[in-house]
Design a protein around this ligand. Structure first.
Ligand SMILES: Cc1ncc(COP(=O)(O)O)c(C=O)c1O
Length: 393
């Protein structure tokens, strides 16, 4: 973080105090969120569709805000709970499943959801395809099916081979289901070292697999057909790699709009952190006192150089890293506590009890669901609170 962070976090702390917030809270900075949305839109090539990854931005008002700013009606959803809630609250939205679900989940969805809900089910194997075709027959509903491709991540899905071709032929021959397109997720590309040209090789392989899958499934049968299909790729780590719409006609991304620390990568350097966990410091104690050391004369607990203060925060065992006050650190050696987390800080740290310690989540998925309503920070104030979805895998 930079020197101007002091002014930023002081203002944020005043806003939290003015709003009477005194427990761990997930804060979204709306101006920073909006800056990330603009950066994201600025990098999308002409004609590229955008699908919001709901699990990474798990709040209806947050999703609604992003829909308004991006003009998209496409969401990617990962569990039944969210699927039903979104179908009810946003009837215009088309939801693509981000993972294949047991057919029983799809059956449960149709028992509860609005009958005209627009859902594309993800299918990864011939067996699951058969199960979904049986379900379509059973409930007399035309299902829209997208095939999950393995474009190099090796998390399952169809490879671009004869099995995929047979599955596509079977699906197209069915009068109960529609072939909706292809989804090839490839976050591994961003993790590949440049060394030995590994990143380029992984990128080429993903593109070639996707293109072959399009041929095998008859996606190239006519221009209008391609327009009607979902040809989905990418995620936050890789969306920058798509500079045209030749291979895919939409990218999905979520996390990068709030930028947790896992997304501090070169490709995403123009995006700014827009979400913080604010946790009151319940205790700020001089010295580093750790149980057991009282009985070990001459031995001191291990802490970072210059650390002489101990802090216990309200909660703290989150997938998150402390970022303010400067240099404050979770002392991993002494373990994690969900009740009161021990951190250490330098001698010149001015933190007082009940001041806030700020963390950045390492990821937004799951973490955003741990604090109740999100506090929306804007122009020096907490202006709104946004409810989150119920926790679910
Ligand atoms: C299929 C799929 N697409 C896209 C994403 C990208 O999500 P995010 O942009 O939040 O990283 C994910 C994340 O897990 C995913 O599983």
């Amino acid at each position: 973080m930079t020197p101007s962070d002091a002014a930023y976090f002081e203002k944020l702390q005043s806003a939290l105090n003015a709003a009477g917030i005194a427990q761990p809270t997930l804060v979204i900075d709306r101006a920073r969120l909006d800056a990330n949305i603009e950066t994201f839109k600025g990098h999308l090539p002409d004609g590229m569709g955008y699908r919001i990854v709901a699990k990474s931005l798990p709040s209806l008002p947050l999703l609604q805000h992003i829909r308004e700013k991006t003009g998209t009606d496409r969401l990617m959803t990962f569990n039944l709970e969210m699927l039903i809630e979104i179908a009810r609250a946003m009837p215009n939205v088309g939801q693509l499943l981000g993972k294949p679900m047991p057919v029983a989940a799809a059956r449960a969805f149709y028992a509860k959801a609005p009958s005209d809900a627009k859902v594309q089910w993800l299918v990864d194997t011939p067996l699951r395809l058969a199960q979904y075709l049986d379900l379509a027959e059973e409930i007399s509903t035309e299902l829209d099916i997208v095939f999950e491709l393995d474009v190099g991540l090796h998390r399952g899905g169809f490879s671009a081979d004869e099995t995929l071709k047979h599955a596509a032929d079977k699906l197209k021959a069915s009068n109960r289901a529609r072939f909706g397109g292809l989804m090839g997720y490839e976050p591994h590309i961003a993790k590949m070292p440049e060394k030995n040209d590994l990143r380029r090789k992984a990128q080429d392989f993903a593109r070639e697999s996707f293109e072959s899958a399009k041929v095998l499934t008859g996606c190239l049968g006519g221009v209008s057909a391609v327009h009607d299909l979902t040809l989905n790729t990418a995620g936050s780590p890789t969306y920058r790699l798509y500079t045209d719409t030749e291979m895919a006609n939409e990218v999905s991304a979520g996390s990068v709009l709030v930028k947790p620390t896992d997304f501090d990568t070169d490709l995403l350097s123009e995006h700014v952190p827009a979400s913080f966990i604010a946790a009151p410091a319940l205790k700020v104690i001089d010295g580093i006192n750790v149980a057991g050391f009282d009985f070990l004369p001459g031995r001191e607990p291990e802490v970072p150089e210059g650390h002489t203060k101990t802090v216990y925060t309200f909660g703290g065992n989150w997938m998150a890293k402390p970022v303010w006050p400067e240099a404050i650190e979770v002392n991993e050696k002494y373990g994690r506590s969900s009740n009161q987390q021990m951190l250490t800080g330098p001698a010149d740290m001015t933190l007082q009890p009940d001041d806030f310690v700020f963390f950045r989540p390492t990821q937004s998925e799951a973490v955003f669901l741990q604090f109740g309503d999100i506090a929306v920070y804007e122009n020096g104030q907490i202006t709104e609170t946004w409810p989150v979805f119920k926790a679910s895998a």
